[in-house]
Design a protein around this ligand. Structure first.
Ligand code: IPE
Ligand code: IPE
Ligand code: MG
Length: 247
C-alpha cells in the first residue's frame, strides 16, 4: 500500500499548519545562494498544495514570511517578495483548476504594494472555490496578532460596549487574524529545528507536533502523508484520560 492509501480519509486533520524552514541551509548544501533555496521552496509548496487537495484536506496554513523575517538582509527580502509575486501570479490558474481558495494572515500592510496587489487579486479570484483553503502567513507574528486583539477588546471595554467578565475564549479567537478557520490539528516543521518561532501560539494549543530534518525544498507529497499518518496514530486526549475517551 502506498502512504497515501494508508491514510484514513475519514480521520483527516481538518487543518494542517506548516513551518517551511530550511531553504537557506538547503541552498548552502548545494553551494548556491539563499535565494535559490527560496526558489526551490516554491516548487515544494506547489507539490504540497497538490497533495493536500488530492487527499481532500480542508485547511492548509503555510508560514511563508514572519514579522521577524523583515530583519533579514535587504536583498534577501527583495528576492523573497519578487518570488512571492511571480509565484502567486504563476500559480493562480492552477489554484483555480484545483478548486483551492487562497487566504492570508499577518500584517499585510507591511508588504510591498506589488506583493499586496498580487495577493489580493488571487484571493479575490479564488474566493468562490470550495476545495482546500490555503492560508499564507505573511508578515505574520502570533504575538503581534494577540496584541492587536487586546487593543480592539480594550477599546470596546473603554467604550463600555463590553464588560471584562464577558470576555470569552471564543471572543479572543474571533479577534485574531485566523477568525473563521478551525485551529490546526497538526503542525509540521521542516528543517530540523524544534521551535514554534512565533507561529499561531493561541491556535496551536492542542495541535499534534511533527518535526522533520528534511529541508523545505526537499519536502514532497510522501512527507506530508507521513506526517498525517503520524497524526492518525496519536490519541488526542484534550486533558482527559484514555478511559474517558472510549465512553
Ligand atoms: C524558510 O527558510 C523560509 C523563510 C523563513 C522565508 P530559511 O530561509 O529560514 O532557511 P534556513 O532556516 O536559514 O535554512
Ligand atoms: C520561521 O522560520 C518563519 C518561516 C518559516 C516563514 P525562521 O527561519 O525565520 O525561524 P527561526 O529564526 O529559525 O526561529
Ligand atoms: Mg530558517
Amino acid at each position: 500500500m502506498t502512504l497515501e492509501e494508508q491514510i484514513d480519509k475519514d480521520r483527516l486533520p481538518q487543518h494542517v499548519a506548516v513551518i517551511m524552514d530550511g531553504n537557506g541551509r538547503w541552498a548552502k548544501s548545494q553551494g548556491k545562494d539563499r535565494s535559490y533555496g527560496h526558489q526551490e521552496g516554491v516548487a515544494a509548496v506547489r507539490k504540497v498544495i497538490n497533495a493536500a487537495s488530492v487527499i481532500g484536506l480542508k485547511y492548509l496554513t503555510m508560514y511563508t514570511f514572519s514579522l521577524e523575517n523583515w530583519k533579514r538582509p535587504e536583498e534577501e527580502i527583495e528576492a523573497l517578495m519578487t518570488l512571492l509575486v511571480t509565484a502567486i501570479q504563476g500559480e493562480t490558474p492552477d489554484l483555480m483548476k484545483k478548486n483551492v481558495r487562497l487566504k492570508a494572515i499577518g500584517d499585510l500592510s507591511r508588504l510591498p504594494e506589488s506583493a499586496y496587489q498580487a495577493l489580493m487579486a488571487c484571493i479575490h479570484e479564488t474566493s468562490a472555490n470550495t476545495g482546500t483553503t490555503l492560508i499564507l502567513a505573511l508578515s505574520y507574528s502570533s504575538r503581534w496578532e494577540i496584541v492587536e486583539a487586546i487593543k480592539t477588546l480594550a477599546v470596546e471595554l473603554t467604550e463600555k460596549k463590553l464588560n471584562p467578565n464577558d470576555i470569552t475564549e471564543a471572543m479572543v479567537s474571533d479577534h485574531l487574524t485566523t477568525t473563521g478557520f478551525p485551529d490546526p490539528d497538526l503542525l509540521i516543521r521542516t528543517g530540523g529545528e524544534k521551535r514554534i518561532s512565533n507561529f499561531l501560539l493561541w491556535q496551536l494549543s492542542y495541535a499534534e507536533l511533527y518535526f522533520t530534518d528534511t529541508y523545505w525544498p526537499d519536502f514532497r507529497d510522501e512527507e506530508l502523508y507521513k506526517a498525517i499518518l503520524y497524526y492518525q496514530q496519536r490519541e488526542r486526549r484534550f486533558g482527559k484520560t484514555s478511559e474517558q475517551l472510549i465512553l
